[in-house]
Design a protein around this ligand. Structure first.
Ligand code: 3PG
Length: 216
């Protein structure tokens, strides 16, 4: 699959699961539960010890079923390392021009982090494919409704503080997708190895964003 196919798959599924600092022994069970719950886009944050290796392993095992990318990428060097490990997309809480350039150079999806309208437009002009608007929970769904007027042509992905309660509102207010970490990958649920519950929560998120997109 090339970048265009990956991007349209991401936008169709409308949900990115942010797997922050998973334990190596649990990464496969986590990914399996998410994929079984219908999640099609998996992000491993590279502040995870062994994060690059996990990306490579997830790509090998789940590459046919899911798009696998790297998160918390703060510079171009880290982006290149993640791409070498097999990352399909580079996700970041910040906006760094060199990181966007390297990601584009290797034909991967660039998702920098932005907050203001000026940052959104600047990052998009520099070649970002999708904008992670962070921290979305603090900005609230209404922020996206207001942005959808002047900046409705730019695909936005609210992330940080997205929950089952607000995910639908973000999509209905014009977001192209949502990025979800702790509300999906509940720390206690993972620690206790309750992967059935993780799969059920994943299903609920998938249904919520799908229903919201249908009513958009
Ligand atoms: C993160 O920083 O891990 C992502 O932005 C997800 O945040 P969340 O845990 O609030 O969903």
């Amino acid at each position: 699959m090339n970048k265009i196919d990956h991007l349209s798959r991401l936008k169709n599924s409308k949900l990115v699961a942010v797997i922050r600092k998973p334990k190596r022994a649990q990464i496969f069970q986590i990914a399996e539960a998410l994929v079984a719950g219908g999640v099609e886009v998996l992000e491993v944050t590279v502040d995870t010890p062994g994060g690059f290796e996990m990306i490579a392993e997830l790509k090998e095992t789940f590459g046919a079923k899911a798009i696998v990318g790297a998160g918390t990428v703060l510079d171009a060097e880290t982006a290149k390392r993640a791409i070498e490990a097999g990352a399909d997309f580079i996700f970041s809480p910040i906006f760094d021009g060199e990181t966007i350039s390297v990601t584009n150079r290797y034909g991967k999806i660039s998702i920098p982090g932005v907050m203001t309208p000026t940052e959104i437009v600047k990052a998009y002009q520099m070649g970002a494919d999708l904008l992670k608007v962070f921290p979305a929970g603090s900005l609230g769904p209404q922020y996206f409704k207001e942005l959808s007027g002047p900046l409705g042509h730019i695909p936005l992905m609210p992330t940080g503080g997205v929950t089952l309660e607000n995910a639908g509102a973000f999509i209905r207010n014009g977001a192209a997708a949502v990025g979800v970490g702790s509300a999906l990958l509940n720390k206690q649920v993972i620690e206790e190895g309750r992967f059935d519950l993780l799969r059920e929560t994943a299903k609920k998120f998938v249904e919520t964003v799908r229903n919201a997109a249908e009513r958009e």
